[in-house]
Design a protein around this ligand. Structure first.
Ligand code: NAI
Length: 285
């Protein structure tokens, strides 16, 4: 019997697929039997390195497309390239994102705010729009496709000094639940995942700072950080038929105690540390 979590015969796209959660998701999909996975990323070096590694283990089953997912041209290109190579699209994971500035509302520049909204929200809008157009060509009217957007714990709770990022991740959930309502009867499901604090190549840098890792772990119910694979499995659940009756939902993969309360103003030292490490603007871009 085929597992409900199998992606056998399915074609998927993962944006931000060259690093962290995205790369783990690509691996999870290939392990689950996906016919092909397109990795999309702005970072050409990481992208070709990731694809070269994956091709050794899963020959002929990956495609790498470099581009800025906040632009319509790049979005159309990664969809068209996927259709050209495999003929159909079944799963679209809109995972690429940046964290934005660590700054109070009076210090944050309009340009910083716009940049976060542009990359985190506009990319999800474009990814949704063009993935849906491709999926509507699929024949099975009940199961045309699954689209999953990457939100965040901060998109549930907010976060002092990270208002641009938190607002962008609230918006991502808003897109998912709204568009799910438009497409349910056409066999396309749309959901969102909200990761908590996950160790990715970039956040590793932050957690290397003395005290920062322990401070973050202490705010979680499990007293530890999450691993990219643990989020990849959440994406796999929502991508596969295991979640065939789930749409418009948010899967919260985080164990934070109340983050907004935990990060009250007494935590200012920690935020200053964050700003010191990333220069006030994360290198997630
Ligand atoms: P990461 O930095 O390891 O991976 C993000 C990837 O997205 C990078 O390869 C980057 O080059 C790519 N990317 C960024 N902007 C892009 C653009 N405009 N066009 C194309 N590619 C672009 O980060 P991570 O941690 O794997 O993050 C993935 C997603 O998970 C993001 O949406 C992030 O907001 C979200 N998230 C991460 C958390 C964490 O603790 N690591 C917690 C909650 C949410």
């Amino acid at each position: 019997m085929t597992s409900a979590f199998s992606l056998a015969g399915k074609v998927a796209i993962v944006t931000g697929g060259a690093s962290g959660i995205g790369l783990s998701t690509v691996r999870a999909f290939l392990e689950a039997g996906a016919k092909g996975v397109t990795l999309v990323d702005l970072n050409k070096g990481n992208l070709s390195k990731a694809q070269a590694e994956l091709e050794k283990q899963y020959p002929g089953r990956t495609l790498a497309v470099a581009g800025d997912v906040a632009t319509e041209d790049a979005t159309k290109e990664y969809i068209e390239e996927t259709l050209k190579k495999w003929g159909h699209l079944d799963v679209s994971i809109q995972n690429a994102g940046i964290s934005g500035p660590t700054a109070g509302i009076t210090e944050m520049t309009t340009q910083q705010f716009e940049s976060v909204m542009n990359i985190n929200v506009k990319s999800a809008f474009l990814g949704l729009k063009h993935s849906v157009k491709a999926m509507l060509q699929n024949k099975n009217p009940e199961r045309r496709g699954s689209i999953v957007l990457c939100s965040s714990q901060l998109g549930l709770d907010g976060s002092p000094f990270h208002s641009a990022y938190a607002a962008s991740k609230f918006a991502v959930r808003g897109l998912a639940v709204s568009v799910a309502g438009e497409l349910g009867q056409q066999g396309i499901r749309v959901n969102a995942v909200c990761p908590g604090a996950i160790e990715t190549p970039l956040t590793d840098e932050f957690y290397k700072e003395p005290g920062s890792r322990e401070a973050c772990e202490a705010k979680t119910m499990m007293a530890r950080l999450g691993k990219p694979d643990e989020i990849a499995n959440a994406f796999l659940y929502l991508a596969s038929d295991a979640s065939s009756y789930a749409t418009g939902t948010t899967l919260s993969e985080c164990t934070f105690l109340d983050w907004a309360q935990a990060c009250n103003r007494d935590d200012a030292d920690q935020f200053e540390l964050f700003a010191e490490v990333d220069g006030g603007y994360s290198k997630w871009s």
